[in-house]
Design a binder for this molecule. Structure first.
Ligand SMILES: NC(=O)c1ccc[n+]([C@@H]2O[C@H](COP(=O)([O-])OP(=O)(O)OC[C@H]3O[C@@H](n4cnc5c(N)ncnc54)[C@H](OP(=O)(O)O)[C@@H]3O)[C@@H](O)[C@H]2O)c1
Length: 253
């Protein structure tokens, strides 16, 4: 299914639900063809594919556990084999680890968290830039890293390793934007605040979005489409000079 059009081709990790699914549906509506990855929620992933196809997108769906870095390294080559070229990457998939005191942090869980939140984005970003860079025969491209407001503010008493992983991804954006701006690759961050998804239930606090609402200046959690809108802006022609930026979508927090 090689691309014979000028449609952008964008990879989104963790697109079966939550913020990743909303980004997929928004970029499909904006005219992207998509490569979507998920870990295990096959039915939800299939629903997202159907919704994107209904907007006219061609979609390649890949089941990839990003904790397996060898598997992560196959995503960009699979996308290129399917579409001929890749112009965008959204490093979205992430986990928080269990909520609790830093003193109770489990090191095995933290190693897994860093694989998924930091090492897999490094592997994917290396492969994407190698393909996109104009000094390597590429046509340039756009990368968006989904961080968290916790990456700048910290997350004491909640999940410090998660905040550390997001600080790391912030620096990936800052430095990759500098190193690869000259070869046509823009790299930016979107940092959501508390957003209504299932990530909080997995962390052990399903009601966290509503519990945190009184501490958010806008007095409510974010909704996934509000995060997707910021990502869509970064892929739009309006963002043609935007690189190394961090758009915080956190209700004023
Ligand atoms: N929700 C928030 O309040 C919030 C706030 C700030 C930042 N963020 C960031 O936004 C991003 C998306 O979060 P979300 O709330 O949408 O999360 P979510 O609802 O829990 O969805 C996570 C997505 O990532 C996938 N995923 C999880 N572990 C994976 C693995 N090992 N390999 C491959 N894919 C994996 C899941 O696939 P399956 O469905 O197959 O399991 C799913 O598609 C994350 O980077 C998160 O840190 C979220």
């Amino acid at each position: 299914m090689h691309s014979d059009s000028n449609r952008p081709v964008t990879i989104i990790t963790g697109a079966s639900r939550g913020i990743g699914a909303a980004i997929a549906e928004r970029l499909a509506a904006d005219g992207h063809d998509l490569v979507l990855t998920y870990r295990e929620r096959e039915e939800e992933a299939a629903d997202v594919v159907r919704a994107c196809e209904a907007s006219g997108a061609r979609v390649l769906l890949l089941r990839i556990d990003l904790a397996d870095l060898d598997a992560a390294s196959t995503v960009v080559p699979s996308a290129v084999a399917e579409f001929g070229a890749v112009t965008g990457l959204v490093n979205n998939a992430g986990i928080t680890g269990r909520i609790g005191s830093f003193l109770d942090v489990d090191i095995d869980e933290t190693e897994l968290l860093f694989r998924i939140n930091v090492l897999a984005p490094i592997v994917l970003t290396q492969a994407a830039i190698s393909h996109m860079a104009t000094d390597r025969g590429g046509a340039g491209g756009c990368i968006v890293n989904i961080s968290s407001s916790a990456g700048a503010t910290g997350s004491a008493n909640t999940y410090i390793p998660y905040a550390m992983s997001k600080a790391a991804i912030n620096m990936l954006t800052t430095d990759a934007a500098k190193e690869f701006g000259p070869v046509g690759v823009r790299v930016n961050t979107v940092s959501p605040g508390t957003t209504r998804t299932e990530i909080h239930a997995v962390a052990g606090r399903p009601n966290a979005p509503d519990e945190r609402a009184p501490g958010i200046p806008m007095r409510r959690p974010g909704e996934v489409h509000e995060i997707a809108g910021a990502v869509a802006y970064l892929f739009s022609p309006d963002a043609s000079y935007t690189s190394g930026a961090d758009i915080r979508v956190a209700g004023g927090k």
